[in-house]
Every structure is written in C-alpha cells, then in structure tokens.
Design a protein around this ligand. Structure first.
Ligand code: DGT
Ligand code: CA
Ligand code: CA
Ligand code: ZN
Length: 582
C-alpha cells in the first residue's frame, strides 16, 4: 500500500529522517519528516518553485528550512543528494519501505539492520519465519507476533492506494486530458469513481474521433513513468506514484455505456446484465440492445448512463452505491436514497492545533477553515495521557479557552468551539474531570491505547465512556488504520444502541488511512437512525480539503444530508448542543 503521496524526493527526505532517528539526533528527524510530508503534499508545485525562485523560494514553503532547501536544490540539479548516497552506503536499507509497516519505527529498523542485516520487507518476512526477531535483545515473542500481524495487513493492502491519496492525482490526469483538443469527454471510472476507500488502479474513459492521438497524449503525460500497453482504443501505464492507470477511448456516442461498464463494480454489472437479459435486452460496454427474434439486436441506449437505466425502468444509482447489493432493487423500486451532496458539511468538529500535535495555531486554522467556506470548527486537542501528542491538562485547556474567546471576538462569520479529543482511559473513565468537560462546547472522546482488549472489555470500556453526559461524540470509533492497524474489537450494534440512547454522535473521520466509520458501519448507523458527523481530524490547515472523503463514505453508507449533524449551520448546531445537555 502506498500510504502517502510518495515522490522520490519525499522518500529520500523520509530516509534522512529515519537515519537521523537511528543515530539519536534530537531535532533532525522531525525536521526531515515534516519536510518529507510537505514535499509529498506539494506535488509538482515544489519543482516549479525551485525552477522559478531557487533555494530562497523553497525556504518559503511550509516545513522547509535552509539546510533542507539546499538538499532539494542539489536533488533537482544532480538527480541525487550526496549525503543520502553516503547514508545508503553505510546502511543499504529500504528504510522508506520498512517504515510503511505500522509499529516499525526508526529504532527498530536500525536494530534489525544491525543484528540481522534486514534490508527490506522480503528479509523481514524471512527473519520472522525463522523466529529471529523474538531473539533480539528487548524484542520477545509478543513484539515479533505484532510485527508479523502488521506485515500481513500491509501485504493485504499492497498494490492498492488510499482514495485520499490517489483521487487528487487522478483528477489532475482528467484535467490534463481534457485540455487535449481531441478529447470530447473524459471521466474517472472504476473503484475511484465509486469512491472506494482503496483503489487498485486509476480507470479512465475518454471520447474522441481521433483515438490514436488521445492514446499518445495519455502515454505522454508528465505523470506517466512507463507504458505497459498501447493499443488502438486503450492504454495502460505505470505512474510515477507507483500505481497503474488504464484508459479506454471510445466514440462520444457510446460514452454512457462505456462509463457504466467501467464504473462497475463487477458484481453490479453482472447483476444488471442478468436483469437486462430477463427484460429482453443485452447489455455490454457498447450499449443496451433490444433482442428481436430473427433479427439483429437493436441498439436502444448508449449515450448516457441514465438512458440505460431508464430503458430498464430503473433510476440511476449514484456510482458510490454500485456495489451489487440492495442498490439494484432500490433503483427498480424508485427508492434510491437522496444522498448527501458533496460540499454539504458546514463545519469541522475535530481539529488539532499546535497546543497539542497539530502544526498550526488556532487562528491559522480558523482562517483556513473559513476560506474553505466553513462556518465553524471545534478545537479538539488531545488530553494529557497522550503524552506523545503533548496533550492538554485542565489548566492548559482553560488557558486555551481564553485564547478562543479572544479569537471569537475578532472573527466575523466564523465560530470556534471549545472542545477536546478526550482520551478514553483503559477503564472507560475519561482523561479530564467532569468539571472541565462541562465547560466545553464540544466533547469528543477517543481511544488511543489498549487496542487489543477483548471485545467484551473493549465494548464495556467505550460504553462506559459514552454514558458520561458531557460527551458529544465518539471520534474514529473503530481506530482502524487501513493497511496498518485492524479495527479494535467492538460490538458495533451495542455502540450504535448506546449512541442512540445517550444522543452521542458517531464520527466519520476523513483521514485517508482512517476513513472510520467505514461505509458499512455508516449504513448500520443510518439505518438505526442515529446522527453522525463528518470530521477531517485536521492537524494542519490543508487538511480541511479532505472533507469530501468523509462525504464519500457517507454517500456509500446511504446517508442523507439530515443524517449528518455538521451539515447544519452554526445556529442550528449550537441549538443541538444546548438541547443535548438539557
Ligand atoms: P480496483 O481497481 O481493484 O480498485 O477495482 P475496480 O472496480 O476499479 O476494478 P477494475 O479496475 O479491475 O475494473 C474496472 C471496472 O471494469 C470494474 O469496476 C467493472 C468493469 N469490469 C472489469 N472486469 C469486468 C468483468 O469481468 N465483467 C464485468 N461485467 N465488468 C468488469
Ligand atoms: Ca480500477
Ligand atoms: Ca483497471
Ligand atoms: Zn485521535
């Protein structure tokens, strides 16, 4: 799984970070890590900045100081960085690759190299199969088993990419293709159009009268690393980001049929084709054809998806619903849900500032949220027991409240709510006293430790926390990290029942590797009639852009706008909060 946008430069910077962490450097690891994230996030912009403004321009970018700017300059000039080459000579380890396995920190990577000469995931697998890890000083059976489990998760997801990572890249490709004068229409298809949480590749459809010209343009895109297959009507390429893209090129007349076919999913298509057969039609990527006895089949629909479904007396299921399940029956019965439209969320109720582990001040976050069109946000920094995140105690929280009051006086048309991401302790009590919680506008609770309790213990723990009347919302309820960490064992039926009883909101978390609740659990929650919120879990100002990912989960979970509390405006939201505590 490629967890993060990972161009080569960002990988190199991350390897610097890991190397310095192994060497016990104090501040360099964090500096390089931040720079790596920044470079990955900026994409092509970073090269352009370097071209236009050189080292000085680079230093203006977030997370990049002079030392690192010079290294980036060296990279663009020479295609490599001397110091990095030296590091790799001393330690020829695929540090970036190994660091993708959750729980394998720099220290571990260093030890694995030192004692077992483990260079990459293949070596790691071998060492585990020979029980070598458990013999290392300070490791033991338990740590080996843990790494083995995480390795499995990683492999299960390998070859796939997180939606949040791949979508912006895919949309760039569509934009680039649309600029080509031979392209009439162009769209994403496949799992990415259905907004599945991970995608195996990028599927694209383009229409044209000059297929070969469009194929050429596609194979020549700046995002393309190599070409697997270049046909007359289709091409398949490898992208620099380490995933494939498939393009289908067709005449504009059959756009709808082709788009329908390549949007899938496969099960939806198979069932739809079966249904078409029952109704006397055949359906293919070229169109819907009426079967007529003794004659050639007659084309009856191909221009738009809607035409095809309509001819079959069905409504058109939005791509997010096309999984080959109840959406087909619903479409036939004209009972498809009215899904929450993209762009409906009005405020973000989980935001971390630099008071804990966020990168920006509350004011910067407010400006960013506001310019993104939001009306409110809750500042929900971590609490004290999360020491690695510099969590807040009661005293710091009170101080933060004063800062928020001051900011609220200054801000126009935007409201900052005082909140917390209060840690749920092992016994289900909360990491802040009730007195402190009751002073807040919005109390989110979350698990950040003891992930492996039994289902009985874990469920009891969360239920206890949810029963505290000061609590508004359960953040990232299952704690899963895609490709990295399994969901904690929770009886979700019980959690949903408790959410209803105590009027506690459940969160759909938009972080690309969380996407938690997922689509299936969202559906259960919607069916149970409980309220949800969509939050980015922002740790920096650019995270507000991720809200649409949570909206995509909500849509896949059949949620309407009214199921999501933070589609309400500030006044309505505050009214809900007041009502909840009365
Ligand atoms: P992915 O790439 O694993 O994330 O999932 P998809 O759904 O994008 O799958 P992909 O890329 O193999 O194929 C794209 C679409 O093409 C798929 O959603 C439906 C259609 N398709 C592919 N193979 C078949 C097939 O054998 N039969 C039918 N009816 N449709 C297919
Ligand atoms: Ca695909
Ligand atoms: Ca494909
Ligand atoms: Zn959290």
């Amino acid at each position: 799984m490629v967890m993060k946008p990972s161009n080569e430069l960002s990988k190199i910077l991350l390897e610097f970070s890991i190397y310095h962490a192994i060497k016990d450097d104090d501040f360099k690891p964090r500096a390089y890590e931040l720079a790596s994230e920044s470079v990955a996030g900026l994409g092509n912009q970073i090269r352009q900045t370097w071209k236009d403004e050189g080292i000085k321009g680079l230093m203006e970018l977030p997370g990049i100081g002079e030392g690192i700017a010079k290294k980036i300059d060296e990279y663009y000039r020479n295609g490599k960085i001397k110091e990095h080459v030296k590091i790799k000579r001393e330690m020829p380890v695929e540090m970036f690759q190994l660091s993708q396995i959750e729980g394998l920190g720099p220290k571990h990577i260093g030890e694995l190299w030192k004692h077992l000469k483990i260079k990459n995931i293949k070596d790691l697998k071998q060492a585990i199969s020979k029980n070598k890890l458990q013999e290392l000083p300070g490791w033991g059976k338990k740590s080996q088993a843990k790494i083995a489990r995480r390795l499995k998760l990683f492999e299960k997801a390998s070859g796939r990419m997180l939606l949040g990572v791949i979508l912006p890249i895919a949309e760039d490709i569509v934009t680039d293709l649309k600029k080509n004068k031979h392209v009439k229409r162009c769209s994403l298809a496949g799992s990415i159009r259905r907004r599945q949480e991970t995608c195996g590749d990028i599927d694209l459809i383009a229409t044209t009268n000059s297929p070969e010209k469009v194929i050429d343009a596609f194979c020549g895109l700046r995002q393309v690393k190599s070409v697997h297959e270049r046909g007359k009507a289709k091409a398949s390429v490898r992208l620099h980001i380490g995933i494939d893209a498939d393009l289908r090129v067709v005449r504009d007349e059959i756009y709808g049929a082709t788009l329908q076919y390549f949007t899938g999913n496969k099960r939806h298509n198979v069932l739809l084709r079966q249904y078409a057969l029952e109704k006397g039609y055949t359906l293919s990527e070229y169109g819907l054809f009426k079967r007529i006895k003794g004659k050639k089949d007659k084309l009856v629909a191909c221009k738009t998806e809607k035409q095809i479904y309509k001819q079959l007396r069905m409504d058109t299921p939005p791509p997010e619903l096309r999984v080959g399940d109840e959406e087909l029956e619903a479409a036939k019965a004209h009972k498809l849900p009215k899904l929450i439209p993209y762009g409906s969320v009005r405020g973000d109720l989980q935001v971390q500032s630099d008071w804990s582990d966020g990168s920006a001040s509350i004011e910067e976050l407010a400006q960013a949220a506001k310019s993104q069109g939001l009306q409110y946000m809750a500042i929900t920094d971590h609490t004290e027991s999360l020491t690695i995140a510099n969590g807040l105690n009661e005293k710091r929280l009170a101080k933060q409240g004063k800062e928020i009051n001051e900011l609220n006086k200054k801000l126009r048309g935007f409201k900052i709510l005082k909140g917390t991401e209060c840690d749920i302790l092992k016994d289900g009590t909360l990491d802040l006293p009730n007195k402190a919680l009751s002073k807040l506008d919005f109390v989110g609770i979350a698990i950040h430790s003891h992930f492996s309790l039994s289902q009985k213990e874990q469920t009891a723990r969360v239920l206890k926390a949810m029963s505290n009347p000061n609590v508004h919302c359960l953040f990232h309820p299952t704690c899963r990290l895609i490709g990295k960490r399994e969901a904690i064992k929770l009886d979700m039926d019980e959690i949903i029942t408790a959410a209803k009883k105590h009027r506690v909101l459940l969160e759909i978390n938009c972080m690309p590797d969380r996407m938690d609740l997922n689509d299936r659990l969202t559906r259960s929650a919607v069916q149970a009639g409980i309220k949800l919120v969509i939050n980015t879990d922002a740790h920096s100002p650019d995270h507000f852009k991720l809200l649409h990912l949570g909206e995509s989960i909500a849509r896949r979970g059949w949620a309407a706008k009214s199921d999501i509390l933070n589609t309400k405006n500030t006044k309505q939201l505050l009214a809900w909060i007041v009502k909840k505590s009365s």
